[in-house]
Design a protein around this ligand. Sequence first.
Ligand code: GLY
Ligand code: MN
Ligand code: MN
Length: 436
Amino acid sequence: MNRAEFARRRKRLLEIMGKDAIAILPAKPVCKRNRDNEYPYRPDSDFWYLSGFPEPEAVLVLIPGRKHGEYIIFCRERDPKLEQWNGALAGQQGAVEEYGADDSFPIDDIDDILPGLLENRNKVYYTMGREPAFDQRLIGWIDRLRGKARAGVHAPDNIIALEHLLHEMRLIKSKAEIEAIRHAARVTAQAHRRAMRVCRPGLHEYQIEAELHHEFAFNGCRFPAYNTIVAGGGNACVLHYTENGQRLKNNDLLLVDAGAEYRYYAADITRTFPVNGKFRRAQKALYEVVLAAQEAAIAQVRPGNHWNDPHEAAVEVITEGLRALGLLKGRVSTLIKKEAYKTFFMHRTGHWLGMDVHDVGEYKVGDSWRVLEPGMVMTVEPGIYVPAGSKGVDRKWWNIGIRIEDDVLVTKEGCEVLTADAPKAIDEIEALMGHG
Ligand code: GLY
Ligand code: MN
Ligand code: MN
C-alpha cells in the first residue's frame, strides 16, 4: 500500500463526513502475553486502513476544512533511550514527512490540544466501546467544552459511529488490496499443498501446523491471519478446535483451516483430506456432497446476486446429499424449511474477507440481503460434521468433519477463486498425496 492510497482513503472519508465534523481514531494498545512480554503488535485494521501508521500510543484526527491542516497524528516523541530498546519512532517530524500528516503533536499533550480541536464541531465520528479507556477520555473532553458554553464555545452534539462510513469503504477492495489478498491466498494454497504432501499417520496435528507456518513465514507472511485449525478425525467436528495436539490416525480425515496474513490482509482456506492419502468410502460420499455444495455456492457469486444466494445453494445441495445418504429423512423442501440440515451444517457459508479474516461490512441493507458488487471478497465454506454418538446416525459416518473453503473475489463478469491452487477434487488430492 503506498502513501497515495492512504491519502485517497482519508480524502474520501473527509468528503463524506461533512464540514462540521471531526473523526477520532486511537491506535490499539499493546497487549501483554505474560509478564514483561508483549504479543507482536498488530495495528487495529481501521486505524491502519486510514494511516499506515505502525506505532501504538497514537491517535489520528481528521478535521474537514481545518485551515491549518485536516489530518493530525498524535504520537510518541522521539526518545533515544527508548529507541535503543524498542527501535526507531517516527516522532512528530516522521508523522508529517513519512506518513503524510498535516500536523503532528506529542501524544502526552493530547489533553491540552484535542478539546480545542473539538470546539465548534458538531459531529464527532468515533467508534464507541472498542477502547473503553479512550471512550472515557473523549467524554471528559466533550464535557469540559460544555462547561465553556458561556464563553461562546459550542460542544459537539452528536457522537456518530465512524465504523459505518469506514466499513462501507473497506468492503470494496482496491487493486492494491486485491493484490495483497492474492499474495496471501497464493502462499496459503502453497502451504496447504505442503500439508497434504507431508501428512501421514503417526504425525501430530502440531507438526502439520508447523509445516503450514513455515511456508507462511518463509514467503513473507510472518503471522497467520487467525488461529490455525489442524483437526484429525472427530476433532474436526469442533468448529473452533485449536489445541492441535493429537496424533493423526490412519483412516481418519484431517481438516486444516489455515490462512496467512500478508501486509495485514488475510487469506482463509480450509481443506479436508485423508491422513493416509486415500479417501474411504463413507468419507468420499460426504466429501462429494460438501464439494458439490461449495461449487454450487461459488456459482452464485456474481454482481447483482445477493449475499445469501451462495448459502441457499449450499443448503440445498447439502440437504439433498444428506437425504440421499440417509442421514436426513423426509422431503427435501420440508427439511430445508425446518432447517434440519443444521444438525450437520450449523454455520453459515461464508463471510467478508479483508484486513480482518471476518471482515467488516454489512450483510444486510435494511431488511434485504446485500447485493454483491465487484471488489467484494468473501469466503465460501460449507461443511458437514458428524460427531461420534450422533443419534440415529449410522456409525460409519461418525467422526467425519469436512469443510472446504475458498476465497472468492466478485468481478465484473462473475467471480474469481483466489485460492484455486489448493487442490480440492478427490483425485487431485489423492494424486498429490501419492495415491494417484
Ligand atoms: N478460519 C475462520 C473461518 O473460516 O471463518
Ligand atoms: Mn472463513
Ligand atoms: Mn477458515
